[in-house]
Design a protein. Structure first.
Length: 249
């Protein structure tokens, strides 16, 4: 009975999401605007509320909600069609799409496993060296795919190594205790998370915030030096290596 009621509530969420989003849109659109708010800004706020509720409730597919400005902005006089469509076809969007395509290829062919295992083989199999190997392997993956994706790819490998510590005999007889294994597990899992964030900073496609920064920099300082992918790596990779070593220590 409880399961049926919860299923009934979940099935109604899309309906209520559409209803409340339209109500919020109409209310904001017809409210008296503050003195310092233009009519275009008020219409933009109404569309933003509409999209926010649709995103939160997933009343319609997320991708479909993302396309609403393509129609709504020109209709309500917020932006012309050329400007709106140009935002969807921005070069940074395609750069980030390339990162997702690389991530799919890495996952399909198991490249992340080969990188992790080969790194450990080169660095060594002692607990500290295993952590160091995972730090660099995860950071390297995160340079080309998103932080979250690289963490999700490396986490199962890390969990498998933690689960087979006893079989690998990675601890000396004096250290081979549950406490030592627990410390190693915490260090390895936190290392994967931290190194994914560190690696993501070192390239433009490593994390969306880098691309956003480049876009804002270009728009705010059009006459200033432009940040290419190569220049970004030259500036940031040395800091990334330093932070990885500090994390390991």
């Amino acid at each position: 009975m409880i399961g049926d009621s919860s299923h009934s509530v979940e099935s109604r969420i899309p309906f209520y999401g559409k209803l409340f989003s339209l109500i919020a849109f109409v209310i904001i659109l017809n409210l008296p605007a503050p003195a310092d708010m233009t009519s275009s800004a008020q219409r933009l706020a109404a569309i933003t509320a509409l999209m926010a509720i649709l995103w939160m409730t997933q009343a319609i597919p997320i991708a479909a909600t993302s396309l609403i400005p393509l129609v709504a902005f020109p209709v309500f006089g917020i932006q012309d069609p050329k400007t709106v469509s140009g935002s969807y076809m921005n070069e940074n969007i395609f750069l980030y799409m390339g990162g997702f395509i690389i991530a799919l290829g890495i996952e399909k062919w198991g490249v992340h496993k080969r990188i992790a295992l080969n790194t450990i083989r080169v660095i060594g199999s002692s607990p500290r060296r295993v952590v160091l190997g995972f730090l660099f392997a995860t950071a390297f993956l995160s340079m080309w795919i998103s932080n979250t994706a690289s963490t999700l790819l490396m986490l199962p490998i890390g969990m498998a190594i933690i689960g087979s510590i006893s079989e690998l005999a990675m601890f000396d007889s004096e250290e081979d205790s549950s406490k030592a294994i627990q410390h190693f597990s915490v260090a390895l899992l936190l290392g994967i998370a931290y190194s994914a964030s560190i690696g993501g900073v070192t390239t433009l496609i490593g994390t969306p915030t880098n691309i956003a920064f480049q876009s804002i920099w270009t728009s705010q300082f059009p006459d200033g030096p432009q940040l290419s992918a190569g220049e970004w790596m030259i500036m940031v990779v040395p800091f990334g290596i330093t932070f990885l070593l500090l994390t390991w220590m």
